[in-house]
Design a protein around this ligand. Structure first.
Ligand code: AMP
Length: 140
C-alpha cells in the first residue's frame, strides 16, 4: 500500500530518485539526503506505514533482519567505529517523514552529534505504578 503524498512512497515508486543501497520485495535502503554524518543510511519498508507499533511483527522482522549487514557495510565504508540506530515515531519524537524508517548514523569520537540524555529519577513508588500500567496495557 502506498500514500501518494508520502516522499518515501514516491522514492519506492521511483518517482523521486535516491542513492540506493539495497532493495528487495519488502524493503529499500538508501543514503539520507540530509546526512548527520557521511554514510547516514535509511532503511524503510516498501509498504506505507507511519509508525513501528502499527506494523505486523513479521514485517518489522523483515526490516530489522537487514540491519546488521547494512550497519557493517556503513561502518566499513565510512571507517566509523560506532553508529546509532535511530527510529522515530511521532512528531514529538522528531519524526518528520511519517513512513517508518530506521536511521543508521555513523559516529566518531567528538563528532559533536551528541544529544541530551537527561536521565530522570522516579519518585518513591512511582516506578511500580508505571510498571503496573504497562503490564496492564500488555494484558500481562
Ligand atoms: P525523521 O526525522 O526520523 O522523520 O527523518 C527523516 C529523514 O528523511 C531525514 O534525515 C531526512 O534527511 C530524510 N529524507 C527526507 N527526504 C529524503 C529524500 N528525498 N531522500 C533521502 N532522505 C530523505
Amino acid at each position: 500500500m502506498r500514500d501518494h503524498n508520502c516522499v518515501f512512497c514516491r522514492i519506492v515508486a521511483g518517482e523521486i530518485p535516491c542513492l540506493k543501497i539495497h532493495e528487495d520485495d519488502h524493503i529499500l535502503s538508501f543514503l539520507d539526503i540530509g546526512p548527520l554524518a557521511e554514510g547516514h543510511t535509511l532503511v524503510i519498508p516498501k509498504d506505507h506505514v507511519e509508525r513501528l507499533e502499527e506494523m505486523a511483527p513479521e514485517h518489522v522482522a523483515a526490516i530489522t533482519a537487514h540491519l546488521p549487514r547494512l550497519a557493517r557495510a556503513v561502518l566499513e565504508a565510512t571507517r566509523a567505529p560506532a553508529y546509532n540506530l535511530l527510529q522515530n515515531n511521532g512528531a514529538e519524537s522528531g519524526q518528520v517523514v511519517p513512513h517508518v524508517h530506521f536511521h543508521i548514523i555513523p559516529r566518531f569520537d567528538a563528532d559533536g552529534l551528541g544529544y541530551r540524555w537527561n536521565a530522570g529519577k522516579y519518585e518513591e513508588g512511582r516506578a511500580g505504578e508505571v510498571l503496573k500500567n504497562v503490564l496492564a496495557a500488555l494484558g500481562a
